[in-house]
Design a protein around this ligand. Structure first.
Ligand SMILES: *Cc1c(COP(=O)(O)O)cnc(C)c1O
Length: 349
C-alpha cells in the first residue's frame, strides 16, 4: 500500500470532480467573461461577508496580492515566526512589494494578540520602519494545524484598529478551522481586511485559491495579478473544481480531522513525547522526535520503505497530513507502519 501523508496538496481530482470540470461553462476571464470564475468569486466572497474576490492559481499569490493591498514598499508586515508568508513564500513580500517583515514567536503558532501588538510600531517617523499590517494564519500549518482562538482574533482586531493597522488572514486552511471550531466563515471575515483561501488543500481541487476584500482592493489586485503574469483565460475549467469542492468536499473535512487524531493517538501510545493528541486540532500531526536517536529525515526514509510518505520539516520535526485520498484502511495501515518504525527507533536507543 502507498499512503501519502506529506501534505493535503497531493490529492488528485475525483472522477465526479473531473466531470464537473469538463462541462463547466467558460469564457475569457481576463475580460471578466468566465461565468464559472465569476460565480465562484461571488460565492466565496459572500461566504466570508466580503464585497469581492479574485481567483488565483496559488495560495501564495492570493497572500501576496492581499498584503500588497495593505502594505506599501518600505513598510512593514508583522507575522508569527513560522508563518507561511514569512517562511514558505521565498521572500515574495520583499521581492515583489518591497515589504519588510518582523515576527513574533508563538508556541504551536497559536495567536496571542498581546504578543503581536507588542512588536507593532505604527507611524514610526522618518528613521524607523512603520508597521502597517499584521498577518494571521488559521489554521497554522507549521504550528501543527492549530486553530486560532476567536477571542485572540477579536483582541487583535481591536488593538490593531486602535493603532490604525490592517489585518490579513492567511486562510489556506480556514475551512479546517471552521469545521473544528464551528465559527462561521462570515465571523472570521469580520476581522480581516484581506483574506486568502485555498481550494487545493483539504478541499481537493487540483488548483485554485482566492483573495477576498473590498471591491476597491480587488479591482487593484486584478491589475497586479495580470502584471505578475497570472491573468488566466478559460479558467472556469478549474474554478468548476472549486465549486465542486465547496459543494461536496467541505462537509468531508471532519473525517480528515478524525483520522489525524487516530494517527496522533497511535504515535502517542508508542511514546507520549512524540505528540499530544489534545494538540491535534485538525488534519495535521506534528511529531517531535527529540527523544529518538534518529533524525526526521531518517524516520521518513524508514517508513517510506513500507510505502508511507511523510514530511521532514525540521531536523527532529516530522509532519503527517490527512486528506481526501486517505481512507480508514490507509489510516490504519499508516498507523501501524509509523508505530512500528517508532518502536524500532526507540529500541535501538
Ligand atoms: C499551502 C499554503 C499556502 C499557499 O500555498 P500554495 O502552494 O502557494 O498554494 C499559504 N498559506 C498556508 C498556511 C499554506 O499551508
Amino acid at each position: 500500500m502507498r499512503v501519502d501523508l506529506r501534505s493535503d496538496t497531493v490529492t488528485v481530482p475525483s472522477q465526479a470532480m473531473r466531470e464537473v470540470m469538463a462541462l463547466a461553462p467558460v469564457g475569457d476571464d481576463v475580460y471578466g467573461e468566465d461565468p464559472t470564475v465569476n460565480s465562484l468569486e461571488e460565492r466565496v466572497a459572500a461566504m466570508f461577508g466580503k464585497e469581492s474576490a479574485v481567483f488565483t492559481p496559488s495560495g501564495s499569490l492570493a497572500n501576496q496580492l492581499g498584503i500588497r493591498m495593505l502594505v506599501s514598499p518600505g513598510e512593514e508586515l508583522i507575522s508569527e515566526t513560522n508563518s507561511h508568508i514569512v517562511r514558505a513564500e521565498l521572500g515574495a513580500a520583499a521581492v515583489f512589494s518591497g515589504i519588510t517583515t518582523r515576527t513574533w514567536p508563538a508556541a504551536r503558532g497559536l495567536l496571542n494578540a498581546a504578543d503581536a501588538l507588542a512588536i507593532a510600531r505604527p507611524d514610526s517617523g522618518p528613521y524607523l520602519v512603520s508597521t502597517t499590517a499584521i498577518a494571521v494564519e488559521n489554521t497554522h500549518n507549521f504550528g501543527g494545524g492549530t486553530v486560532q482562538p476567536l477571542n485572540e482574533i477579536q483582541d487583535l482586531y481591536k488593538g490593531a484598529k486602535e493603532m490604525g493597522l490592517s489585518l490579513h488572514l492567511d486562510g489556506a486552511r480556514i475551512w479546517n478551522a471552521h469545521i473544528a471550531s464551528g465559527v462561521a466563515f462570515a465571523e472570521y471575515g469580520k476581522y480581516f481586511d484581506t483574506i486568502s483561501v485555498c481550494l487545493s488543500k483539504g478541499l481537493g481541487a487540483p488548483i485554485g485559491s482566492l483573495m477576498l476584500s473590498t471591491k476597491t482592493n480587488i479591482t487593484k489586485a486584478r491589475v497586479w495579478r495580470k502584471r505578475y503574469g497570472s491573468g488566466m483565460r478559460q479558467v472556469g475549467i478549474i474554478a468548476a473544481a472549486g465549486h465542486y469542492a465547496l459543494d461536496t468536499n467541505l462537509s468531508l473535512l471532519h473525517h480528515d480531522h478524525r483520522r489525524a487524531q487516530f494517527l496522533a493517538q497511535r504515535c502517542n501510545s508508542v511514546s507520549p513525547t512524540l505528540v499530544d493528541p489534545a494538540h491535534v486540532d485538525t488534519n495535521i500531526v506534528g511529531l517531535d522526535l527529540t527523544a529518538l536517536p534518529i533524525s526526521a529525515a531518517e524516520f521518513a526514509a524508514m517508513v517510506k520503505t513500507e510505502g508511507v510518505l511523510i514530511s521532514a520539516l525540521g531536523p527532529k520535526f516530522a509532519r503527517l497530513v490527512t486528506h481526501l485520498d486517505i481512507d480508514d484502511a490507509a489510516m490504519e495501515y499508516a498507523a501501524e507502519v509509523l508505530a512500528g518504525a517508532l518502536e524500532r527507533a526507540l529500541m535501538a536507543k
